[in-house]
Design a binder for this molecule. Structure first.
Ligand SMILES: Nc1nc2c(c(=O)[nH]1)N[C@H]1C(S)=C(S)[C@@H](COP(=O)(O)OP(=O)(O)OC[C@H]3O[C@@H](n4cnc5c(N)ncnc54)[C@H](O)[C@@H]3O)O[C@H]1N2
Ligand code: MOO
Length: 402
């Protein structure tokens, strides 16, 4: 018997995301990290260049540099000019230290005879041409990485160029991970008959790190009200997001949802789709708490669908869903009990324009959790899909290995 009050049930995915979005606090707390550690972090403020690049005017091409005024004063006749006095040879990107030399001509546009400059063959030379001015690439005070930018390896290149070696970034949101279930045992122990190795937190922790957060691992909780309640309270006090996993099913252990509503407010107690139908969402002392199902198939998918956008929102980052057209390899019948999201292997067939979509077998603990790169949403009340049909497949994103 559930004691989950007025929490909504069967939340469609988009509505669930909307509800979650209302409760995620973007709290921009800044910390300073050394340049190499800034990758995959979010810029906490506009970051400006500390340097002019170049800091001395440079030659844009291989050629000669000279003073425009001197060129005019010579009546554009350069046949008596001396190297190092009236002009210098210059190369692409090389500084020109002579104050007065403000103009350059490409070597192809000059005539030399026995090392003596004879003529400048470009007719329409203009003052300052082909010189790279100070600060052209980057000027002191110019914004090189805007506030809120997710810093990539290429941004490190920019920041180094601008002399920024200490980078202000957002603190990593902390995601508490609470496995629960009497049958669970750590993978570092030998499981007794009937015990299940607690495996979900390994992928969850790695994903949290990959998505820019920091995991806070809790020990396996026993299926007891008091234990769950106190763990949830403790986790909510220490983390920005809490994820508790297992114990959400309808059978013996409807504990999670009860515990969540005892110590906080339960907003929804299930989603409209399987796998992971019994995904719930609550707030405990203002901290968002996700209750995910135990079987890894459902846990992996709902962690990606609901926890990832929440984590991104903590960092002020957008969550985008991309769909691609693909030709289905097999018939897919609707699920008898619920809308269902099938895991899909998208692949290319040489010579064919559209991608192909291979449904991956859905037994709960199979390898599809690691192999799929797409999702196909199938309505329970719809006709399903036929082999050869063109379907829209959602790309699985946020995973470097796919
Ligand atoms: N009468 C019904 N029974 C069930 C329904 C239903 O609608 N009516 N839904 C089924 C579905 S679908 C799912 S999913 C599960 C949800 O169950 P729980 O979330 O309560 O999960 P548990 O019962 O605790 O565990 C299920 C399974 O997963 C293993 N598990 C749990 N935590 C972990 C972990 N951290 N790492 C690895 N594996 C874990 C656990 O040992 C069990 O084998 O309910 C169905 N039943
Ligand atoms: O909701 Mo459960 O994850 O389908 O297996």
């Amino acid at each position: 018997m559930s004691m989950t009050g007025s929490a909504r049930m069967n939340m469609p995915r988009l509505e669930a995301l909307e509800e979650i979005g209302k409760h995620i606090k973007y709290r921009p707390i800044e910390e300073i990290v050394p340049l190499p550690d800034a990758v995959k972090r979010v810029a906490a403020r506009d970051i400006v260049s500390r340097l002019n690049v170049p800091d001395v005017k440079c030659s844009r091409w291989d050629g000669i540099c000279f003073s425009w005024q001197h060129y005019l004063d010579s009546g554009r006749d350069v046949s008596s000019w001396q190297a190092e006095v009236d002009y210098i040879f210059s190369n692409t990107g090389i500084p020109v230290f002579q104050q007065a030399f403000d103009t350059m001509v490409m070597i192809e546009k000059t005539t030399f005879h026995e090392n003596q400059l004879i003529s400048i063959d470009q007719k329409d030379v203009v003052q300052g041409q082909q010189m790279i001015p100070v600060g052209e690439r980057m000027a002191i005070g110019e914004i090189i990485v805007a506030k809120g930018t997710l810093i990539t390896p290429s941004h490190l290149n920019l920041l180094a160029t601008g002399g920024v070696i200490q980078v202000p970034v957002l603190k990593k949101p902390i995601v508490a991970l609470l496995p629960s279930g009497n049958e669970l045992v750590s993978c570092y122990n030998t499981p007794a008959p009937g015990q299940t190795i607690e495996s979900n937190t390994f992928s969850m922790a790695a994903k949290v790190r990959q998505w820019g957060g920091k995991e806070l691992l809790f020990p396996i909780a026993r299926d007891e009200h008091a234990v769950l309640r106190s763990r949830l309270k403790e986790a909510a006090a220490k983390a920005d997001i809490v994820v508790i996993c297992g114990g959400s099913g309808r059978g013996r252990f409807d504990l999670l949802q009860e515990a969540a509503s005892d110590v906080g407010e339960l907003y929804f107690s299930s989603v409209e789709h399987g796998p992971g139908k019994r995904t719930c969402f609550s707030l405990i002392d203002g901290t968002p708490v996700f209750g995910l199902v135990g079987p890894p198939g459902g846990e992996e998918m709902t962690f990606d669908f609901y926890v990832r956008p929440a984590l991104l929102a903590c960092l002020g980052q957008p969550y985008r869903v991309t769909e691609v057209q693909a030709v289905l390899d097999e018939d897919i019948a609707p699920h008898h009990r619920t809308d269902f999201i099938y895991t899909i292997g998208l692949y290319r067939v040489p010579g064919e324009k559209l991608l192909h979509a291979r449904p991956l077998p859905h037994s709960r603990l199979d390898r599809s959790i690691a192999e799929h790169n797409g999702y196909l949403f199938v309505h329970q009340k719809g006709p399903g899909h036929k082999k050869g049909e063109t379907v829209m497949v959602e790309l699985r994103t946020g995973h470097e290995n796919i």
